[in-house]
Ligand binder design. Structure first.
Ligand code: 5GP
Length: 184
């Protein structure tokens, strides 16, 4: 069966970087593009990084059952995984990755229990705080909010079959890639 890999983990742990690097190095998978109601950051492209949609459109996606899962992330904006694209890629035999939050991962576990669930952990809490500050894309209030969510998310690592510590990026990419393509 083609793999569906669900990648979760706290803010700034490097999920996005792992997925980007994995696609550059291997290019043999597909990464789901989520819908979100948040505003694009500078440089983000609609349909590539996210589908940036209005609240009304997001409501419609929920009503029409177009989302495999969705959640309010960091207490603010809604994010969700368009279902049709995921099913299409899996049916075509293309290993697929969802990079979503903890609540989304739990919903996918209900809907698709055969998926592979991977939690990305930082080497330490201090390192996570450092990475979030270094990234510099959030102001202090937003960082505080994200770290509060991160504390809760870190406690849920044990729900996941696989934990990858993002200490050395290349090693983390290799570990995630192996989970994506290796036979069970
Ligand atoms: P950001 O705003 O930094 O791009 O993303 C914030 C968080 O939203 C990330 O931690 C990411 O895991 C989560 N996220 C992105 N897309 C989805 C989605 O489709 N569903 C859920 N549940 N979470 C998502």
């Amino acid at each position: 069966m083609t793999r569906l890999l669900v990648l979760a983990g706290p803010t700034a742990v490097g999920k996005g970087t792992i997925v980007r690097r994995l696609m550059e190095r291997h290019g043999d998978g597909w990464v789901s593009v989520s819908a979100t109601t948040r505003e694009p950051r500078p440089g983000e492209r609609n349909g590539v990084d996210y589908y940036f949609v209005s609240d009304a459109r997001f409501d419609e996606m929920i009503a029409e059952d177009e989302l495999l899962e969705w959640a309010v992330v960091h207490g603010e904006h809604r994010y969700g995984t368009p279902r049709a694209a995921v099913l299409r890629h899996i049916a075509a035999g293309i290993p697929s990755i969802l990079e979503i939050d903890l609540s989304g991962a739990r919903q996918v576990r209900q809907a698709m229990p055969n998926a592979t669930f991977v939690f990305v952990e930082p080497p330490s809490w201090e390192e996570l705080v450092r990475r979030l500050e270094f990234r510099g894309t959030e102001d202090e209030d937003e960082r505080t909010r994200r770290l509060a969510t991160a504390r809760m998310e870190m406690a849920a690592a044990e729900e996941f079959e696989h934990v990858v510590v993002n200490d050395d990026l290349d090693a983390a990419v290799d570990a995630v890639h192996a989970l994506l393509v290796e036979e069970r």
